[in-house]
Design a protein around this ligand. Structure first.
Ligand SMILES: [Zn+2]
Length: 78
């Protein structure tokens, strides 16, 4: 009905980005330091960050549950 445009969640909370972890949480579990490009703030107050690969994998779920989702995958340099 009056759903906002899908990309509206990418457009705000710039301050959130600078507070977010810089490395992918999932890759960190394997000991790797991979720059994060997808950031989200969960209802629990926890912030998560994911690399392009994991961000793509979790984005659908994050858009369902997260308060804020910041998708910077367009900045990924291969
Ligand atoms: Zn990752």
């Amino acid at each position: 009905m009056d759903e906002p445009p899908v990309d509206i969640i990418d457009r705000h909370r710039i301050a959130f980005i600078s507070e977010a972890p810089e490395y992918c949480d999932t890759c960190a579990g394997t000991g790797a330091r991979v720059e994060a490009f997808v950031f989200a703030e969960l209802p629990s107050g926890r912030s998560v960050a994911y690399c392009g690969h994991h961000g793509t994998r979790y984005l659908e779920r994050l858009r369902e549950i997260a308060l804020v989702v910041v998708d910077h995958r367009h900045l990924v340099v291969a």
